[in-house]
Design a binder for this molecule. Structure first.
Ligand SMILES: [Ca+2]
Length: 509
């Protein structure tokens, strides 16, 4: 099977033809890379999950390719961003978890594309602590950034922008496109804050899903039997860890003692203008009154929390989809649509109640997998689907090949235009001890199997047969009928660790 399933031949041929047919720098393809934060593939209608409707993201899939097996390498924000920028695993680019500071002196996409004449910009979430290096233009959120009236930092300083953050980022992206040097090809990275926790929707989408009853995932009440300690000891449970005030927007009552994550409940709202706050209070007061009148507990409370979570999470995505539409319309209106590769993805996946969870981090499918759709008329056949195993290390080499540049050996990803296909992918997560208490682990995934090693304060292996157990409910590591499978996976795991030079993991096997 080729890397580009079904559409592979067209893509490979077009890619091969590129350097010869595009001799002038300004004829080189533009790259519009849109990445959201914590956008689950389950929440994109092109993926067929029917939770919501994302017509504009779906346009990219309809005009191009939907990837069903796109994955990250370390399922958490800052590391994913460093991987995208460098085309290298976390242990190679030096950014292992959200507490690390990115070393901007290293080789990154904007610098790598410069020899081909590219101008580059990044707008929106950055989250790498150091300032962007190598971009011609940058205007970024501070740390995670708020949902309303964000401060954006650029080379001149930090300024406050009034409005809903997703829209502000869209405005800035359009503004940059309008003012760019039109004689040069561009790389524009548009990084949304949404739909990251704590899921504060845009006022026009308040109540969009209030009448929708979302189907509860079949493993929402997972008791983690047949799994190890990592699944049992995490702190990302909708039932136990999702907070009523901060996450679910119920106002605390007079005299309530506010504890834990709920202490942050008012932080985002303090940034609102009085008019925004009035609208917010009006909508969420009704929800608050309803919540206190119901006096829910046990299973009823768990299900209420799930519905409430989904309403706000999906409403935030509606604004993201609007801005994707604006950008696509801009490209078309300005004659850029034919010569621009458009990518939509998320930094990683997210749990929408599967295993009873929110958040990410685990190598289990919902957080390991990311949505990925790409369009490029004339190169990617419309409406194609890829089942190839691809990873976020692949963006940098893909963009380089698209620009007609040789890909340096130090880059660990494979260009999606190369026609090469990998049989297995590698993963390594580090942020432990840390928020949500997901233990350190690494592992290998093939088309059918996943082998994970949880280490540091434990030493536990898990094996899943994704064909028989797609929801990863049954660890088969101690099942004797899988002895041969495990031995083969371990041997391939070692090969990948050597190939990617993950010496720390090699010592833990
Ligand atoms: Ca994220």
């Amino acid at each position: 099977m080729k890397r580009f399933y079904k559409g592979s031949i067209g893509l490979a041929l077009a890619a091969a033809a590129l350097p010869g047919c595009r001799e002038k720098a300004h004829d080189k393809p533009n790259i519009l890379f849109i990445m959201s934060d914590d956008h689950a593939f389950q929440a994109i209608s092109a993926y067929g999950h029917h939770l919501n409707s994302t017509p504009n993201i779906d346009r990219i899939a309809a005009d191009g390719m939907r990837f069903n097996k796109a994955f990250c390498t370390n399922s958490i924000s800052a590391p994913c961003r460093a991987v995208v920028l460098t085309g290298k695993f976390s242990h190679m680019n030096g950014l292992l978890d959200n507490s690390d500071r990115f070393n901007g002196a290293q080789s990154t996409l904007p610098k790598l594309l410069r020899p081909a004449g590219y101008q580059s910009a990044i707008i929106g979430k950055w989250h790498l602590k150091s300032d962007p290096v190598g971009f011609d233009f940058w205007r970024i959120l501070i740390d995670q950034g708020p949902y309303y009236n964000p401060d954006l930092k650029d080379s001149t300083g930090t300024h406050r922008y009034e409005g809903y953050t997703t829209t502000v980022i869209g405005d800035q992206a359009i503004g940059w496109l309008d003012n760019r040097d039109k004689n040069k090809p561009f790389l524009l990275m548009v990084h949304n804050k949404a739909p990251h926790r704590n899921w504060m929707p845009e006022p026009k989408y308040f109540g969009l899903f209030s009448k929708t009853k979302f189907p509860v995932p079949e493993n929402f009440f997972d008791d983690y039997s047949n799994r190890g300690r990592a699944a049992k000891e995490q702190e990302m449970s909708v039932i136990k860890d999702m907070t009523i005030n901060y996450d679910l927007k119920v106002f605390p009552r007079e005299g309530d003692s506010i504890t834990g994550d709920d202490k942050a409940w008012e932080g985002g709202m303090k940034r609102m203008t009085p008019a925004q706050r009035t609208e917010w209070d009006q909508y969420y007061k009704t929800i608050t009154d309803d919540f206190y009148s119901k006096k829910l507990s046990g299973e009823a409370l768990a299900l209420w929390k799930y519905q409430r979570y989904m309403e706000d999470y999906l409403a935030c995505i509606q604004s993201v989809d609007d801005q994707v539409g604006r950008l696509l319309d801009y490209l078309k209106k300005n004659g850029l649509d034919k010569n621009t590769l458009v990518v939509y993805c998320s930094d990683q996946g997210f749990y929408l109640g599967e295993h009873g969870w929110f958040d990410k981090r685990f190598m289990y499918e919902e957080s390991f997998r990311t949505p990925l759709v790409m369009s490029f008329p004339g190169m990617i056949k419309a409406g194609t689907v890829s089942e190839a195993l691809v990873q976020n290390i692949d963006f940098a080499p893909t963009f380089m090949q698209l620009a007609g540049l040789p890909v340096p050996d130090s880059i660990q990803g494979i260009s999606l235009l190369s026609g090469e296909n990998r049989k297995a992918i590698y993963y390594h997560y580090y942020e432990y001890p840390g928020v949500h208490a997901v233990k350190r682990h690494y592992g290998i995934r093939t088309d059918r199997y996943k082998l994970i090693h949880f280490y540091q304060d434990i030493d536990e292996w898990e094996l899943y047969d994704l064909e028989k157990d797609p929801h990863e409910m049954n660890n088969l590591y101690n099942d004797p009928s899988y002895t041969v499978v495990i031995a083969e996976l371990k041997s391939n795991l070692v090969k990948l660790q050597k190939q990617y030079q993950d010496n720390e993991a090699l010592s833990k096997n």
